[in-house]
Design a protein around this ligand. Structure first.
Ligand code: SAM
Length: 321
């Protein structure tokens, strides 16, 4: 894609309603891009690495859930975007899926992607039928999703919020609504999983920088000030070549953990991507095969060593992490 298409606006032009419109506009205007053009993208490896991380987290959580409830798994894909995780839900053989996102065009693309997936699913005559997702376009930091589900009593085994939770940290009310959406319909023993930028690392790099920004050829982060990091609304602009050009908010993780207590959530696991990679690649190849977590990365070829593929992606992605 070409981020130049995105209308340039001064950072302070947000409406009184906050930056949600700007975020939605950005994602709505960002074209999908073909598989081929994605391959040429300068962030090809970063994207693959991110996908690898997501695949493992999702695969592991579904495994845990299946030990207790082997059938009828229900998932909320909170801030689903264009449906980048649909394949993972198919492979996880879940039964029910709700996809919600603020950007209407992304939700439409997600629906299209689902239709394609459904065609291949039917052609391959899988034993299990594919889920029929419910699609919701909503600002999940302002609207209560529970009011919108077709099945008013719907409950989830898993909520997955990938690379998105930080958008809600614009205000405490928004972060709380996002958490409410993530957690209030979880079954007892259900999981909330996600990936989000590392607030400590962002601040560390900012403090090291001579001005208010840091990055490289591919990404750039620009803050408005240093030495003052409010718990909510600590905005920075994130630019990722051809993919993202959007205001985001710093997340102070212990605060998120504390806020989640209100929804009876307890922190089980948190790791940086670096540590996560080291931990997962230390586990044996057989385990990785068993989880099928790596199946989506990269497009599998006969006899390929999955662990070294992940290492390859990590090596290339490391500069940006
Ligand atoms: N989860 C997807 C994935 O991993 O491919 C998409 C990640 S993308 C980096 C961030 C997504 O968050 C975008 O699709 C954006 O529209 C969505 N988003 C941002 N703020 C949101 C909000 N307040 N409510 C719902 N979705 C939001």
């Amino acid at each position: 894609g070409d981020s130049k298409d995105v209308e340039e606006k001064p950072a302070d032009s947000a409406s009184a309603d906050g930056l949600g419109d700007k975020v939605a506009k950005h994602y709505n205007e960002h074209p999908e891009g073909s598989k081929e053009s994605r391959k040429e993208s300068p962030i090809f490896h970063l994207r693959n690495f991110n996908n690898w991380v997501k695949s493992i987290i999702i695969g592991e959580s579904l495994e845990k859930i299946k030990r207790v409830n082997s059938r009828d798994i229900a998932v909320l894909d909170l801030c689903c975007g264009k449906g980048g995780d649909l394949l993972k839900w198919q492979r996880g053989r879940i039964k029910t899926l709700v996809c919600a996102d603020i950007a209407q065009v992304s939700v439409e693309q997600c629906e299209e992607r689902f239709k394609e997936l459904k065609k291949t699913h039917e052609n391959r005559r899988y034993r299990d039928p594919l889920f029929e997702p419910e699609f919701i376009t909503a600002d999940c930091s302002k609207e209560r999703l529970a009011d919108q589900y077709q099945d008013k009593d719907l409950q989830f085994d898993l909520t997955s919020c990938q690379f998105s939770f930080h958008y809600s940290f614009e205000s405490s009310e928004q972060a709380d609504m996002m958490l409410k959406n993530a957690c209030e319909r979880l079954k007892v023993g259900g999981f909330f999983i996600g990936t989000t930028p590392n607030g400590y690392e962002l601040v560390r790099r900012l403090e090291k920088s001579e001005d208010l920004s840091f990055g490289n050829d591919v990404y750039k982060v620009t803050f408005e000030k240093k030495d003052d990091y409010p718990l909510y609304g600590c905005k920075y602009d994130f630019h990722l070549e051809g993919v993202v050009d959007c205001p985001e908010f710093l997340v102070y993780f212990p605060l998120l953990e504390k806020m989640a207590e209100k929804y009876n959530m307890k922190l089980l696991y948190t790791k940086t991507f670096h540590d996560f990679f080291r931990e997962k690649t230390k586990e044996s190849t057989t385990l990785l095969y068993k989880m099928k977590a790596l199946e989506t990365y990269p497009p599998r070829q006969e006899g390929e060593n999955l662990v070294s593929s992940a290492e390859d992606a990590y090596t290339h992605a490391k500069d940006f992490l």
